[in-house]
Design a binder for this molecule. Structure first.
Ligand code: C2O
Ligand code: CU
Ligand code: CU
Length: 488
């Protein structure tokens, strides 16, 4: 089929057109008509490691993204981009051995985890080039989709952009008791979204906010065959800055079952869900009524977003431009294959029994203002740029705190807090989205909005080692949009 299409194009376009499987799109044109076809590549499914002891080695690698030279990348455990998925059980004591095979320092942060500050892998837990770091901690989080990534101050953007990152899936008895898809790589698919721009020598351009080419699990033009039944997609936005407004190409309903900190209390039926840098959303898609061999696209419906939505800018080039800006584009082509023997064919009515914090529980409140960003200066919180030895907030152990994040300033941001999972109780626009109604560690704060969250800072106190709160746009974080807090 592909071959025949190529032949046709060759006849129309003449000898100066060559079919290429490695280019993002092959386009031929003649007499004012343009024909475009997409050469798909198999979605990379990161290998999974299960247990209580995990070894991670971050090293340089290369990956062939485009015709010509391979691109210099980073990956954990020999992967050419990204790293293995770590599967952990709630209640386990885990030991992780991280080796840094780079010629640069790094750190590894366990995003979303409730663990001691010294195990957190933030900017203070530096692993020198050639060095090792061996944190250990008890898994206290709920079943859900978490992730690990470098957090070296002023190098987070570069190291993440080169491909350093990985999923962590936590399991617990309550989630395991539900009839949900959970066969990794078959009906339970981890899916990380990002995009990259390339220099003319095919190296990554690590400068602007947005990439020109979308990558799902590091795969350009990704395609996967999924069984004809309910499938679970664990979606992570690991972009530098771009947001995604996700839907399916036939506009069908799908079901949000979880967000950052695990399952929602019940599935929520939607046609679109927004996911911002650092956030996770787990969805179920029903492929049970689809014809075998048919296909459907998971897409980003990013055209026509309002100003301040990262990636809505009209420019196609420059620091805030990209070929994907203000466009709808495909994230994954899903081909429908045969169902499995243990197929999930129904949607559970109930998922969890989360009881969330309310205003009545609050023991202390604080306000954080988004500042800076004027005339090319960096964004900040409360007019303070990040300081390695600066403690911006001190919190009493066991406090239940209400944080109000105020954004009357220029652009939207993704606000992330380490150590805790919080409940979003208010947005000044009046709407807390269904997709963000569970436990969260990252919240999008659009331009012109004030967002209020409540968290309990329990279990771990440390008078010396801080946790971070920061914008999860890694260019903003590196630029100083980060603060430190002690729990003591
Ligand atoms: Cu995923 Cu402090 O970050
Ligand atoms: Cu984090
Ligand atoms: Cu920001």
């Amino acid at each position: 089929m592909y071959y025949r299409f190529c032949l046709l194009i060759l006849i129309i376009a003449g000898s100066n057109f060559a079919c290429s499987k490695s280019d993002q799109t092959a386009t031929g044109s003649s007499s004012g008509t343009t024909t475009t076809t997409t050469a798909y590549a198999d979605l990379f499914i990161p290998p999974a490691i299960t247990g209580t002891s995990f070894n991670l080695t971050l090293d340089k690698s290369t990956k062939q993204f485009k015709t010509g030279a391979a691109t210099a990348t980073y990956g954990y455990n020999g992967n050419s981009f990204w790293g293995p998925t770590l599967i952990m059980n709630q209640g386990d004591d885990v030991q992780i051995n991280v080796t840094n095979a780079l010629s640069d320092q790094t750190t590894v942060h366990w995003h979303g985890f409730h663990i001691p500050a010294i195990m957190d892998g933030g900017p203070h837990q530096i692993i020198d080039a050639g060095g090792k770091w061996s944190p250990n901690f008890k898994i206290k989080n709920n079943a859900g989709t978490y992730w690990y990534h470098p957090h070296l101050h002023m190098k987070t953007y570069e190291q993440l952009a080169k491909g350093a990152g990985g999923f962590i899936i936590i399991k617990d008895p309550a989630e395991s008791a539900l009839a949900l898809p959970r066969t990794y790589g078959i009906d339970d698919i981890p899916m990380v979204f990002t995009s990259r721009r390339f220099n003319t020598d095919n190296s990554f351009d690590i400068s602007g906010a947005y990439g020109d080419y979308q990558l799902t699990n590091g795969t350009m033009n990704a395609q996967v065959t999924l069984p004809k039944q309910y499938v679970r997609l664990r979606m992570l936005n690991a972009e530098i800055e771009r947001g995604y407004d996700i839907g399916l190409s036939d506009n069908r309903q799908f079901y949000i079952i979880g967000n950052d900190g695990g399952l929602l209390n019940a599935p929520i039926s939607v046609k679109r869900v927004k996911i911002m840098p650092g956030e996770r959303v787990e969805i179920l898609v029903n492929l049970g009524a689809d014809a075998l061999g048919s296909s459907i696209d998971l897409k980003a419906y990013n055209s026509g977003q309002s100003f301040g939505f990262p990636g809505a800018e009209p420019a196609t080039t420059g620091d805030f431009g990209s070929l994907l800006n203000n466009k709808d584009f495909s994230l994954l082509n899903i081909k429908v294959g045969a169902s499995t023997t243990n197929a999930i064919t129904a949607l559970p009515a109930k998922l969890a029994n989360n009881t969330y914090w309310t205003n009545a529980d609050v023991t202390n409140s604080r306000t954080i203002n988004i500042t800076g960003g004027q005339a090319g200066s960096a964004f900040t919180f409360d007019n303070n740029t990040y300081g390695f030895t600066k403690i911006n907030q001190t919190i009493n152990l066991n406090a239940i705190e209400k944080w109000t994040i105020v954004n009357n300033n220029i652009f939207g941001h993704s606000f992330h807090v380490h150590d805790v999972q919080f409940k979003i109780i208010a947005r000044s626009s009046g709407v807390v989205g269904d997709h963000e109604s569970g436990w969260k560690d990252t919240v999008y704060v659009p331009l012109g909005e004030t967002v209020t969250v409540i968290a309990k800072f329990d279990d771990f106190s440390d008078g010396v080692n801080p946790y971070m709160y920061h914008c999860h746009f890694s260019n903003h974080e590196d630029g100083g949009m980060m603060g430190q807090f002690l729990v003591k």
